[in-house]
Design a protein around this ligand. Structure first.
Ligand SMILES: Cc1ncc(COP(=O)(O)O)c(C=O)c1O
Length: 401
């Protein structure tokens, strides 16, 4: 097409419209910033939607990927690779080092949850008595059929019915769980913080209660840490804050810092539920993706990024409400996974004004912004965010007097 045709038109004429037409064309990134095709420098508070854990173009990740690409990108799962085994060992170590822990590698969060769905089906019991899966209201587990079946939002599921059977949605309360649990439940699946729903944390004590009642009936407790995992909440994994060990955990997003990967981590008896031939993936666990993920874990540890997450989070919680002025921001979430609830439905305006003020923001609904920047988010980045927010809110207030 001619160069007079805009990139938006080319996008619309070549890509399915499932995301709508994006407002910016990003051409490169460095640290917590990206640059767009008009030369604008934007502070990336989306972080690839909680993916770019080390920021953009991190030198360790760039050199590890380049070296691995020149050595071995991919081979089949009929052979093994050193980066794959090393990553599985690292995940076992940072989840506590239990020798019964095992890992299955996939390519995305939805795929990690498909594997978890199959794990739940394999927990059906000797005569297939456990057929129900309990998921939570406002949950999001992905877009392929098994993970979609466990995703609460009806508008996402309905056009694609019939769903795989057996999934029920309950509110995340002790009472609702007690009422729904029974010997016919194969698994309970929960995000420690429901990110897509606007950064909604589980009520205090819910996971611990879920652990007790699932243990009592032989159901699996599966935590979806696709968004919360890999240091984002100020722990390696958000469930670690609740003192429980789940039967399984799913990971993706930040795991390889932007290279597609997903993982199902199983603990204890859950590690023997899926056997040879039960599941598979062509790309899952390939040398390039697992080398990238191994590098992400090493850099998070070496550079104390989990401490940085805690420090930046505490400062943002203090500074954000003031920066939003009359928009009355309430901050929720943990670590660098923060939801900012505004007192009116103006986030579409705020996100689009953000671009002219050098901020790449994300809204989960009309009143909620989600901040999920890279874990390398610095004091300078924070100062830039707060200054940018102040300027854009002042402008918004001026236009809405
Ligand atoms: C908690 C959770 N689970 C699963 C997914 C799906 O991951 P993916 O988009 O990599 O398939 C997401 C994506 O936002 C998520 O937030």
């Amino acid at each position: 097409m001619s160069s007079l045709v805009s990139w938006q038109e080319r996008y619309e004429h070549s890509l399915l419209p499932v995301f709508g037409t994006p407002p910016v064309l990003v051409v490169r990134g460095l640290g917590c910033h990206v640059w767009d095709s008009e030369g604008r420098r934007l502070l990336d508070m989306q972080g690839g939607i909680a993916v770019n854990a080390l920021g953009h173009a991190h030198p360790d990740l760039v050199s590890a990927i380049a070296e691995q690409a020149a050595t071995l990108i991919h081979d089949s799962n009929l052979v093994a690779s050193e980066p794959q085994i090393e990553l599985a060992e690292a995940l076992i170590r940072i989840t506590g080092g239990d020798p019964a822990t095992r890992v299955f590698f996939a390519n995305s969060g939805t795929e990690a949850n498909e594997a978890a769905f199959k794990l739940a089906r394999r927990n059906a019991g000797s005569s297939g008595e456990r057929r129900r899966i309990l998921a939570l209201e406002h949950s999001f587990h992905g877009r392929t059929m098994g993970s979609l079946a466990m995703t609460a939002k009806e508008v996402l599921r309905r056009p694609f019915e019939p769903m795989p059977a057996g999934v029920e949605f309950i509110p995340p309360t002790v009472e609702a769980l007690d009422a729904a649990i029974g010997p016919d439940v194969a698994a309970v699946i929960a995000e420690p913080i429901r990110g897509e729903a606007g950064v909604l944390p589980l009520p205090e004590g819910f996971l611990a209660h879920a652990r007790r009642v699932t243990d009592a009936v032989g159901a699996l407790l599966i935590v979806d840490e696709v968004q919360t995992g890999m240091g984002r909440t100020g722990d390696w994994f958000a469930y670690q804050d609740s003192g429980i060990i789940p039967d399984a955990m799913t990971l993706a997003k930040g795991l390889a810092g932007g290279v597609p990967i997903g993982a199902l981590v199983t603990f204890g008896r859950a590690s023997s539920l899926l056997q040879r031939g039960d599941h598979g993936s062509t790309f899952g666990g390939n040398a390039l993706a697992t080398r990238a993920a191994g590098t992400v874990i090493r850099v998070i540890e070496r550079d104390g990024l989990i401490d940085n997450v805690r420090k930046q989070s505490a400062a943002l919680r203090e500074e954000i409400p003031d920066a939003f002025g009359s928009l009355g921001a309430e901050v929720r979430g943990r670590g660098l996974m923060l939801g900012v609830r505004l007192n009116r439905p103006c986030t579409a305006d705020i996100v689009s004004a953000g671009i002219t003020h050098g901020l790449l923001l994300n809204a989960t609904d009309a009143s909620t912004l989600r901040l999920v920047p890279p874990l390398v988010f610095s004091d300078d980045d924070r100062a830039e965010l707060i200054a940018g927010l102040r300027a854009l809110v002042a402008e918004w207030e001026e236009n809405h007097e």
